[in-house]
Ligand binder design. Structure first.
Ligand code: PGA
Length: 246
């Protein structure tokens, strides 16, 4: 499966940061064909400008969250259709920062993923256990339940699952390749059970402190079909190195 390297800028980036897009475009142009798909998820304020810049490049764009409804009296929220209108083709849903800081439940994440699909976007559905849950030996159970309960019923369109152990996000810690292999195999089994052949085709990304120095090793793990990169996606050269490691 062709890997997907996805960058999540989180709440970082002003207009001037679009220079990173320019630098990434130049690096990719100079490199010629690469062996992966490239997705960047800037804050929604930059999405439209980024989309204009990325026309006729291999970089596709995504949002970082969406509301489950199409439109209405939801001050401050952004719908999946609005993201698509601004140039997105993907949207991250259920990131652990949203689950923790906004008390998002699996049920809400599932509705957001469904809204994304209805708007023609591919949802990147995030799951991952906390440090305490792993220490208690419950990582497989917790992540399994998140996958079961956050995935919407859908037909014929791709979804992406991102396994991001909460304790590895922004901490510089990464799971061992054995733990990543075990969890990705576990998630693959659940996806196949739920979706059959579509579950075999769904990409499972790893996220959590993926950097130029560890990307090659992580991306070589079985059932790792790409990476979701936070901090290292903010600097074009670092993100480019991760793309080249795929
Ligand atoms: P990080 O973030 O790469 O900075 O750990 C990953 C993420 O939150 O998606």
């Amino acid at each position: 499966m062709r890997p997907l390297i996805a960058g999540n800028w989180k709440m970082n980036g002003l207009g001037a940061s679009l220079e990173e897009f320019e630098r990434l475009k130049t690096l990719l142009d100079e490199a010629g064909p690469v062996d992966c798909n490239v997705l960047l998820c800037p804050p929604s304020t930059l999405l439209h400008r980024a989309a204009t810049m990325c026309q006729e490049t291999m970089i596709v764009l995504g949002g970082q969250d969406c509301h489950p409804e199409v439109s209405g009296a939801y001050t401050g929220d952004v719908s999946a259709e609005m993201l698509a209108d601004a140039g997105a083709t993907y949207v991250i849903v259920g990131h652990s920062e949203r689950r923790a800081d906004h008390a998002e439940t699996d049920e809400l994440v599932q509705r957001k993923a469904k809204a994304a699909i209805d708007a023609g976007l591919t949802p990147v559905i995030c799951v991952g256990e906390t440090e305490a849950e792993r220490a208690e030996g419950r990582a497989n159970q917790v992540v399994g339940a998140q996958v079961q309960n956050s995935l919407p019923a859908y037909e014929g369109q791709g979804i992406v699952v991102a396994y991001e152990p909460v304790w590895a996000i922004g901490t510089g810690k990464t799971a061992t390749t054995e733990d990543i292999a075990d969890m990705h195999a576990h998630i693959r089994g659940i996806l196949v059970g739920m979706l059959g052949t579509q579950g075999e085709a769904a990409r499972i990304l790893y996220g959590g402190s993926v950097k130029p120095g560890n990307a090659g090793e992580i991306l070589a793990v079985r059932n790792v079909d790409g990476a979701l990169v936070g901090g290292a996606s903010l600097v074009a050269e670092d993100f480019f190195s991760i793309i080249m490691a795929a």
